[in-house]
Ligand binder design. Structure first.
Ligand SMILES: [Zn+2]
Length: 323
């Protein structure tokens, strides 16, 4: 009897070690949901992250996810919104994937006053995790449309929440975050629109995600250069994969973004985002683009987000498939 229980304990120990090894070996899958299959286009922001445990996270749905019925979405457990500007929360969207062209996408479907984000969350019964003062806005939209307001979850700067096995923290983004009066509507919305003012929903944010295989990912949102990219994102969280805006005018341009990667965040690899240009043709980066300038200036591997092309990253932020 005693010998049996010893053998049993050894067996259980071996199984636990094996399971731990499988979890470590497992990769995080990243799939861009852009405007045109196989390309990196001006409106592209949306990415799906899939944890090895199956949890699927949609980051900044924007205008290139064709509403809740976009067949590329599949199961969505969590939606992240860096800030409330229309190209991130989705004030409008394409009719279907590949509507229009890369340079001139057809984003003629209005998502007002709900937002593409709220519509997708309602259809998928997904949680929306945001920082700042944004959760009450989404809770209101969910409630007004028959959803559960408790599905809008707060992760304010400095704290974190764990949802579906993924730890989600928000970090500083140097940007603005006005809520367009079109989401408010009625007399108040009209008065605000006439006065040219936006609603207050707190600071714009970025995110740091820690997946179940240990991979730490920095999602910049829209931001300029911040000292927190050094002290918090690298210093505290030690992000190994970064998704960074490079588009200039509204955010860091390609050279500022390269400085952020080389000197501040120092990840193992980077996915450029928010380029606001036709960056590729036939999946190849076009000469003279901001994406090319950024790629040439960065010292770590740059993985251009080609719509629909899944990439896999290991726990160290190295792309191991699809790049
Ligand atoms: Zn913005």
């Amino acid at each position: 009897m005693r010998r049996n229980s010893v053998i049993w304990m050894i067996l259980v120990g071996c199984m636990a070690a094996l399971i731990a090894q499988v979890a470590l070996a497992a990769n995080v899958k990243v799939t861009p949901l852009g405007g045109q299959d196989g390309e990196f286009c001006p409106q592209d922001r949306a990415l799906i992250f899939e944890d090895p445990n199956g949890t699927r996270i949609l980051y900044d749905a924007g205008r290139t996810v064709a509403g809740p019925n976009d067949p590329r979405l599949g199961k969505i457990d969590i939606i992240l919104v860096s800030h409330m500007h229309g190209d991130h929360v989705g004030n409008a969207h394409n009719k279907e994937p590949n509507s229009g062209s890369c340079a001139n996408p057809d984003v003629s479907v209005s998502a007002l006053p709900n937002s593409n984000t709220a519509n997708i969350a309602l259809a998928k019964k997904a949680k929306i995790v945001t920082g700042s003062e944004m959760p009450p806005f989404f809770a209101g939209k969910l409630k007004a449309n028959g959803g559960d307001p408790r599905d809008s979850i707060l992760a304010r700067l400095g704290g974190s929440v764990k949802v579906g096995g993924v730890t989600i923290a928000t970090v500083t983004a140097l940007h603005s975050n006005g809520l367009d009066p079109d989401y408010i509507g009625g007399e108040l919305g009209k008065s605000m629109k006439d006065a040219g003012i936006a609603g207050y929903v707190g600071e714009a944010t970025g995110y740091v995600l820690t997946f179940s295989n240990g991979l730490v990912v920095y999602l910049s949102g829209d931001t300029g250069i911040t000292s927190e990219q050094d002290t918090v994102v690298r210093g505290h969280y030690k992000a190994k994969l970064a998704v960074l805006n490079i588009g200039d005018t509204f955010t860091t341009g390609p050279m500022e973004a390269a400085y952020v990667i080389n000197n501040l965040v120092q990840p193992a690899s980077v996915i450029p985002s928010h380029a606001n240009e036709v960056a590729t043709k036939g999946g190849k980066v076009l000469p003279g683009t901001k994406t090319e300038t950024f790629t040439n200036a960065v010292k770590v591997p740059v993985h251009v987000p080609l719509s629909g092309k899944m990439m896999e990253f290991d726990s160290n932020g190295k792309c191991v498939a699809g790049c």
